[in-house]
Design a protein around this ligand. Structure first.
Ligand SMILES: [Zn+2]
Length: 416
């Protein structure tokens, strides 16, 4: 008997995983190499969608029309094979010392360099008119010292024009912020760290293979839990897609953006599966956010139940820190709900701060707001600063406030 009790006690400890422990396992999984950065190379996005679907099934969520997936497609620019660059024979580290532009085309070969900066820019424009460019010149742009907005505009315009002639290099001071492109220019476009370039470079070489995928198929993954009162629904949303891969060697893990929000969504799905809510709770895992909030846009154009039946939507993106609390986008639109959230937080002493912010078109809540659905977008503040780069890894993402944050959300949803 005693032994049995001891056994039961320990099995209780093993199974009683905190939200943070659950989150860490989930973020590590979603941000691992097997998901290829949840983008458009090696079917990363599709693998992530299958994984989320399997979790919805495991937790017993219901599906609309017998299908968790809502498919749609868009054109997307990809780098499925090689992304290499060297300067005077020295290879740069892809993703860390240089990145390819999201709208880059392909280039392969060796090039001499033409340096374009504030000192020679106007003259070069004049010269270009009479110059016949060969196929072996790359153009390097140095923005330093150009502060005049109009001139900077012209500088950038000229840069895009030159992509039709040869590869274009932009000098970046500190850090890269990558994204997803949906079209492409003719030649390669890259950004290189200033520490890697100098005016006496003799030769650069590229081996960059780009492919514009037409009508690439992705899917929103959606499931729900029936509430005691089935008339209205609370929606919890989070995008699961990220930036994918830059060639076969480099992937963008997207731990904070948005394996963290996806993990919070999955945690809440698991929680509500055993704690029946008052209202229906619908879990929407959106695709295509990084490509221009496309998944949520598609959903609002093809809703699975009337949008008017959404009592409130909470979109979770960047849920991985919280040292300095959270920010609530649309707080100024929904003062009553914001007050409620703030009150719970103070009473229970969950987070350092619940900050107010006005409307912004910066994540998946946006098109719902446009259609009149009351919605918040919440993100965490403080802690690590990795964003849209190869450093946004699960190993360094602390999920500092995951326990309190999840409890705050649950208390809030239960009071809506
Ligand atoms: Zn995001």
């Amino acid at each position: 008997m005693k032994l049995l009790l001891v056994f039961l006690f320990f099995s209780f400890i093993v199974s009683a995983q905190t939200p943070q422990e659950y989150g860490k396992v989930m973020v590590a999984k979603l941000a691992s190499p097997e998901f290829y950065g949840r983008g458009y190379v090696n079917d990363g996005c599709g693998i992530a969608a299958d994984f989320i679907e399997s979790k919805f099934k495991e937790y017993g969520l219901k599906a609309y029309n017998g299908n968790y997936k809502q498919e749609f497609s868009f054109d997307v620019n990809t780098f499925p094979t090689v992304v290499e660059m060297s300067i005077d024979g020295i290879e740069l580290v892809t993703g860390k010392e240089f990145v390819v532009s999201p709208i880059s085309g392909s280039s392969k070969g060796k090039y001499s360099l033409m340096w374009i900066d504030s000192t020679n820019f106007p003259k070069i424009i004049e010269d270009m008119k009479s110059m016949r460019m060969g196929g072996s010149t790359a153009f390097i742009f140095d923005h330093k010292g150009i502060t005049d907005k109009e001139l900077l505009g012209k500088f950038n315009e000229f840069k895009y024009y030159l992509t039709s002639i040869g590869p274009v290099i932009t000098i970046e001071e500190e850090k890269f912020t990558w994204s997803v492109g949906r079209q492409s220019v003719k030649n390669t476009m890259v950004s290189v760290l200033r520490t890697k370039v100098s005016k006496d470079i003799e030769e650069v070489s590229f081996n960059i293979q780009q492919k514009l995928e037409k009508d690439y198929e992705v899917a929103n993954v959606i499931g729900y839990i029936e509430g005691k009162c089935k008339k209205e629904s609370i929606v919890i949303s989070a995008h699961y897609d990220h930036l994918g891969m830059m060639g076969q060697k480099v992937y963008f893990p997207g731990a904070n953006d948005n394996a963290s929000g996806t993990s919070m969504l999955l945690y809440l799905a698991k929680y509500y599966a055993t704690h029946q809510p008052k209202h229906n709770i619908v879990f929407m895992s959106f695709a295509g956010e990084e490509a221009g909030i496309l998944g949520s846009k598609y959903y609002t154009e093809h809703p699975l139940f009337p949008l008017e039946k959404i009592k409130f939507l909470t979109n979770l993106d960047l849920a991985g820190t919280g040292d300095e609390g959270i920010t609530v986008v649309n707080a100024t639109l929904h003062k009553k709900q914001f007050k409620k959230l703030g009150k719970i937080n103070i009473k229970e002493n969950y987070l350092e701060k619940v900050k107010l912010r006005g409307p912004a078109a910066n994540s998946d809540h946006y098109f719902f707001t446009q259609k009149g659905v009351p919605a918040f977008f919440i993100y965490t503040n403080g802690g690590i600063k990795a964003y849209h780069d190869v450093y946004d890894k699960s190993e360094t993402l602390p999920l500092t406030e995951f326990n309190d944050y999840s409890q705050l959300l649950i208390d809030f949803f239960n009071k809506l």
